[in-house]
Design a protein around this ligand. Structure first.
Ligand code: ZN
Length: 150
């Protein structure tokens, strides 16, 4: 398993060094802000939704390595997905970060399984996802981790 742990560690480091889909999306038709005051993480998620599908997605913000790597990974996972698919992926990711159970199939989402041993960091890992789901719902209220029990 240590090889797999190394691989997963590389995924997080790589997303920190080279964040994917980072920056404002000029064509966005949905935007949501996420705030994790416990850690000081901020995250904006920009979506261009076409019909029920996320045609384009980007994020920006600042915060700890976990929050930024997770937001970067989230954009790569949600691009092209429908709202229902995005919700399912978030459920899977949330299960991984709260239980430490790795996904049945090797997936970059598994890189965050180690987060479950640091409960305070779960909010960091889920921040970008909360913002993305709020943006999808068209919910203008900022996502704050304080309104979630996780
Ligand atoms: Zn954080």
């Amino acid at each position: 398993m240590s090889d797999l742990s190394d691989l997963y560690q590389q995924v997080i480091l790589d997303h920190n060094r080279r964040p994917r889909n980072r920056g404002k999306l000029p064509t966005a038709n949905r935007v949501a802000h996420g705030d994790n005051p416990t850690c000081g993480d901020q995250c904006n998620v920009y979506l261009r939704v076409e019909g029920d599908r996320i045609a384009e997605i980007s994020f920006d913000g600042s915060g700890c390595a976990i929050s930024q790597a997770s937001a970067s990974l989230m954009t790569t996972q949600l691009k092209g997905k429908t709202a229902a698919e995005a919700g399912k992926l978030y459920e899977e990711f949330h299960h991984i970060v709260t239980t430490g159970e790795e996904p049945a199939e090797i997936s970059d989402l598994g890189a965050f399984a180690g987060v479950h041993t640091f409960p305070a960091r779960i909010k960091c890992a889920t921040l970008g996802w909360h913002a993305a789901l709020n943006a999808l719902k068209g919910d203008p209220a900022p996502a704050t981790t304080e309104s979630h029990t996780d």
